[in-house]
Design a protein around this ligand. Structure first.
Ligand SMILES: NC(=O)c1ccc[n+]([C@@H]2O[C@H](COP(=O)([O-])OP(=O)(O)OC[C@H]3O[C@@H](n4cnc5c(N)ncnc54)[C@H](OP(=O)(O)O)[C@@H]3O)[C@@H](O)[C@H]2O)c1
Length: 335
């Protein structure tokens, strides 16, 4: 898996980013990670970096000063980026993934989730890079779980439709690509509100007031670090085996509602949970969500490309301990 090459360094100058080749010989393949400032992108960068890959991460609003800033909805910028960098692998994590935001700002979300994906897929095919597109269980309606890779999608909200459209653009323009569908994620967050799972920390801590939580929609909270490990395994295998293409599913196995996640968090930190009230009716959210879009992950498992998902309690404790009052001073800055 190693290759000698000139190391690429990112140089910053006002208003523009330059990639500068240096005469440093380093082993490793190049991976370009979009959405590298986001929850999953950060984990993906770390996973590849820890395994000897040269990583170029791109972000947008949070990119500077450490990452490459590239607006993926700007086709010329994307072309320029890939032309300069010539990655072996592209892991496309950037997306607008908040269903309610997608409903309100549909055009901008479609530009990123669909059109930018289309551009990246075309350019990946043109430069011979392996393209890995991160998608979601929200492409399913949640009425008939578990869902295999070949089951018919039927998204209930605009977010799910835009991600499905992104999948189709990916496979249309880059037939050797992989689409990896994952459920709700959590991980090392910069702020607890960054993930729907770690946000529950705020509810758990509001012990003075009773607080209702959805106990209707079944979820499979998955650690971004496990998804990142799957992305690396898929990328390494796909570079050697062209039959690794098409759609794959990865998910943790523990089924929980938000209420159950919050109770598990409270128990993990020895905090009270009797103020948490399960809500057994569908919440009147602006964007509909599937009730149970459990993913069947057997394709990945049969090919030995899966990882054993971390148990929820230990993984969430790992992610939330920096937010406990006595540990706040040790909080890490993740990008
Ligand atoms: N989080 C989940 O629960 C979940 C569940 C299932 C699937 N997924 C999928 O997993 C992937 C990663 O999600 P995530 O949770 O890591 O997302 P996230 O934390 O919200 O990060 C989104 C990323 O997209 C970047 N971005 C936004 N607009 C951009 C633009 N115009 N040009 C370039 N980059 C732009 C952001 O950059 P800046 O912040 O720097 O602007 C950020 O890095 C997405 O494809 C999502 O659909 C996520």
């Amino acid at each position: 898996m190693s290759r000698a090459g000139a190391e690429l360094r990112i140089m910053f100058s006002p208003g523009r980013v330059q990639l500068v080749q240096e005469e440093v010989v380093v082993p490793g393949l190049r991976v370009l990670v979009t959405g590298a400032t986001g929850l999953l992108g950060r984990a993906v960068c770390r996973e590849f970096q820890n395994n000897g890959w040269l990583v170029i991460g791109t972000g947008y609003k949070r990119a500077r000063p450490r990452l490459l800033r590239c607006d993926l909805t700007d086709e010329d910028a994307v072309r320029g980026l890939l032309h300069e960098y010539k990655p072996d692998v592209i892991v496309h994590c950037a997306a607008e993934r908040r269903p309610d935001v997608v409903e309100r700002h549909t055009e901008a979300a479609v530009n990123l989730n669909v059109h930018a994906t289309s551009t990246l897929a075309k350019e990946a095919a043109a430069c011979g890079a392996f393209f890995l597109y991160i998608s979601t269980d929200y492409v399913f309606d949640g009425r008939n779980p578990p869902y295999g890779e070949d089951d018919s999608p039927n998204p209930l909200n605009v977010y799910g439709r835009s991600k499905l459209e992104g999948e189709r653009e990916t496979l249309r323009h880059c037939p050797g690509a992989v689409v990896l569908r994952v459920p709700v994620l959590f991980g090392e967050v910069e702020s607890v509100t960054e993930s729907a799972v770690t946000s529950l920390w705020l509810k758990v801590q509001e012990a003075t007031e009773s607080c209702t939580l959805d106990h209707c929609q079944q979820r499979f909270p998955t650690d971004a670090r496990d998804v990142a490990a799957v992305c690396r395994k898929l990328s390494e295998r796909a570079r050697q085996d062209p039959s690794i293409r098409g759609i794959f599913h990865f998910s943790a196995k523990e089924q929980m509602t938000k209420y159950e996640m919050a109770v598990a968090i409270a128990q993990a930190f020895n905090l009270p949970s009797n103020h948490l009230i399960p809500l057994t009716e569908q919440p009147a959210a602006s964007a509909l969500r599937p009730v149970n879009s459990r993913l069947n992950c057997s394709r990945l498992e049969l090919l030995n490309l899966s990882v054993e998902p971390r148990p929820f309690t230990s993984a969430i404790t790992d992610c939330l301990w920096p937010f406990t009052p006595d540990k706040r001073w040790r909080q890490t800055v993740f990008h």
